[in-house]
Structure formats: C-alpha cells, structure tokens
Design a protein around this ligand. Structure first.
Ligand SMILES: [Zn+2]
Length: 438
C-alpha cells in the first residue's frame, strides 16, 4: 500500500528543526507532546551492493527530545527497514539511521548537547537535568562526557597562558576512614580560566603535571603566582624554567594579621589566665586589630587605643599590629628598590622586637624575600584570579553535593570555568528606540 505523501515543509516540521526529518503527526497526552516523525530520504540504497532497496517494514522508536515550551517532547521515529532485492546480495534487511538519533539512544543528540551545556556551562546538577528529561543520572553524565571532552580538546585551556597561579581546594571531605582529599588547581591569571586540576596538593603532583606538558607550554609561562607553600614553589621553579615566582600579596598580608591574632591570644592568656571573653579589653578589639589602619574610623581608632592601653601592658600586641600594618604598606611602594629597603628595615625590626610571633613571621618572610620582591617587577600580579576560580570550583562542588569520581569532577570544573562557550545570542526584539527611552 502506498503511503500518503508527507509535506516536508509543514509548520510542524519547521518547528521540529531536525534536518532530514519530517513530522507526520503531533499529539498530546497528559501534558506531554508526541511527535511522529520519519526521515525525508524516501529511497534506500543497499550498503553492500549499492542496488536500490525495497521498503520491507516500519518500526517505531521512542526518544526524548528538547522540550517545547514547558511540555516534554517524545519523538516517535517510524524507522524504515529496507530489503535488498538483488538476488546474489548477502545483505537482506537493514534499518535506516540518522545522525540526530544514535542507535539504541534514549534521547536525541541535540538534547544530549543541551544537557552538556546545562551541566558544563551553567553548572547545574546532573540529577536536575536528568529529572527534567526523564532519563537516568548516568545517561546525562555520559552525554556530558561525550559532548564535553571534544570541546575541551578543541579549546585546550592551557594553550598560550603566560601567567599562571596555583592553589589548593578540598575535593572530598574527611570521614572516619580517610582525611580531607585535596586537589590543586592551575589557573590562567590573565584570562581568569582554569587550566587543569590535579588530585593532591604536593610538590610531586604539580611537578608531574608540568612534566607532561610540551616544552613550548612550559617556556611560554613567564610569571607564576603562589601562596607561601614550599611544595608548590619547588614544583613551579623546576617545571617552569622561565617563570618568575611571585608571592601573592593577599596571603602575605593575611599572615601578618594572623601574627597579630596569635600575639593577642598569648598576651590575653598571660595577663588574664584565660581565653578571651566578653569584657576583656583585647578580646573586645579583636576585629579592629585585623583591619587596615587607613580603613579605621575615628571611633574605631578610639576603641583600638583604649583596648591596647587597658590590655596590652608590654606593648607586644601593639608592636605586632604596627608590623602587620607596615608589611601591608610595603605593597604601596612605587618600585622594587624602595620595597627592598623597607622590607629589610621591617625584617630587622621584627626579629629584634622581642615578640615571638613577629620574629617567626620575619624569618618566614626572609626565606621568601625573592618571591616577595618579584611582585614589584612582574607587573604586580596576584593570585586573585585563582581565588576567583576557586569560588566557581566551590560552587560546582556544592551544586553537585560533593563528588566521588575525580575524573567527573575535573571534567565538570574544566567545562564550567576552563573554556569559553560559543552560543547563539537571540536577536533583541525591542531595541532602545528613542520613544521607549524614558
Ligand atoms: Zn545488496
């Protein structure tokens, strides 16, 4: 029996938007749409002998597609089964294929690509996307892998990076069996993008990662920002021979104020014999002590001075506070020579101050002197972009309610903060016409 001719340019076919597919009928059941479709290739050719084929049978397959409006869509593809009529051909029957719907797939390729964008670009949970399409978690994750990995290979996040930063983030939480699992992120500081994540936070993992890179990549990196962790420092100098190592100012300043905190706690214990509590003068100014002097209001100054006077008999907290402010102020120097002179004076004062915390800090900073001063000659680069990327990493981790599989974790991080996504931007319907501008 000859089937009625299908109009390949019907409105429904245009709305479907799948090349080589035509809509036969649309129906609605319980708020869901069902499109019956077929391919527009009405003639089949034998894949073995090339003879023209005869239609043998039809068989429907059901697949999920992108939703239309807010209604889930199921495609019922009425597949043709062809038969070769050449008497000597070994091929008997075969089923037609289409690139938009893989054999035995439960959803269309464009729905899979959409799921990859939702999870990768938008950072949504795999489980949420799976719920929306009515498919399983593993089905969505497979789509993210299938569509995401080629994207990463094409984008090559590490290529042409000239300044990088490294920092650690927690990957798995500690439990009764094992401690917190860490991962080290490598970030392109200029483009604020994640280049890679490696499991662990030691010198070895970072050095191994650099040694896997082509030499061209390693020699292109001219600046590397890091916090005060010897392991990373050693891996950076070994793996990136041309890179100047720069100590991140934020971490240095934070270390200075941590010394003030330590000194305050010790003096508190020595003078009152207990930990700080409400009513103790030093405890009352603990937050004021952590602020930069130029950010203090008149009221805050008054509180600071009265707290120090009442609780800091030997002036040790005051000394630590002045030193932390001075350390912070060194970053305001106009060039490396001035900074070097001020740092020298600061170190001498710190070591001779008689405040244990300050002397320790001064010794630490001395061992990092070169990296500290490199900041002034390397374009005043900081690890700020790395911290920005860390926020995105933590967001992905929270949305996923934690991760167990490191390769899935790495893939999702790189898709979310390692590559630039090209997507079609809809044409604005209403421009800012003069009559609409208020
Ligand atoms: Zn044949």
């Amino acid at each position: 029996m000859e089937r009625p001719q299908v109009n390949n340019n019907s409105s429904a076919t245009v709305m479907l938007g799948l090349e080589g597919m035509a809509v036969l009928a649309v129906s609605e059941h319980d708020g869901e749409l069902e499109y019956a479709i077929e391919t527009t290739a009405a003639t089949g050719w034998c894949p073995v002998c090339g003879a023209i084929a005869r239609l043998h049978d039809r068989r429907p397959t059901w697949v999920r597609d992108l939703s239309a409006g807010d209604r889930p869509v199921t495609l019922v593809w009425v597949k043709r089964i062809w038969r070769c009529v050449h008497p000597q051909c070994e091929q008997q029957t075969w089923t037609e294929t289409h690139p938009a719907i893989a054999p035995r797939a439960s959803w269309t390729e464009r729905a899979r690509a959409h799921a990859c964008r939702r999870v990768g670009r938008d950072g949504h949970a795999v489980a949420a996307v799976a719920r929306e399409f009515g498919v399983g978690w593993a089905t969505v994750m497979a789509a993210v892998r299938d569509h995401g990995e080629p994207l990463l290979q094409r984008a090559c996040p590490g290529a042409a990076a000239t300044a990088i930063g490294v920092d650690e983030t927690a990957f798995t939480r500690a439990n009764a069996v094992c401690g917190t699992g860490f991962a080290t992120g490598i970030v392109d500081l200029h483009r604020v993008r994640l280049i890679d994540v490696v499991p662990g936070r030691s010198r070895k993992v970072l050095a191994d990662r650099f040694s896997e890179q082509p030499d061209v990549w390693a020699s292109a990196v001219t600046v590397a920002a890091l916090d005060l962790f010897r392991g990373y420092g050693a891996a950076l100098s070994a793996g990136l021979p041309n890179a100047v190592r720069v100590l991140d100012p934020f971490h240095v300043v934070r270390l200075g104020f941590a010394a003030v905190d330590d000194a305050r706690r010790r003096v508190q214990q020595e003078t009152c014999g207990h930990r700080g509590r409400g009513g103790d003068p030093l405890y009352g100014i603990r937050r004021v002590l952590r602020r930069g002097a130029d950010n203090l209001t008149e009221h805050a100054w008054a509180r600071l001075l009265s707290g120090i006077e009442a609780g800091d008999d030997d002036g040790q907290v005051a000394k630590a506070w002045v030193a932390a402010q001075e350390l912070r102020a060194i970053y305001g120097c106009r060039d490396g020579d001035h900074a070097a002179n001020r740092l020298y004076d600061w170190t001498v004062l710190g070591i001779d101050s008689g405040v244990a915390e300050l002397a320790r800090l001064a010794r630490t900073i001395t061992t990092w002197r070169e990296e500290f001063l490199a900041y002034f000659n390397a374009g005043r680069i900081s690890n700020g972009p790395t911290e920005a990327v860390n926020l995105l990493i933590k967001k992905v981790k929270r949305v996923g309610h934690g991760f167990r599989n490191f390769s899935n974790y790495r893939l999702r991080l790189l898709l979310h903060c390692g590559i630039r996504w090209n997507h079609q931007i809809p044409t604005p319907l209403r421009g800012r016409l003069p009559r609409l501008a208020a």
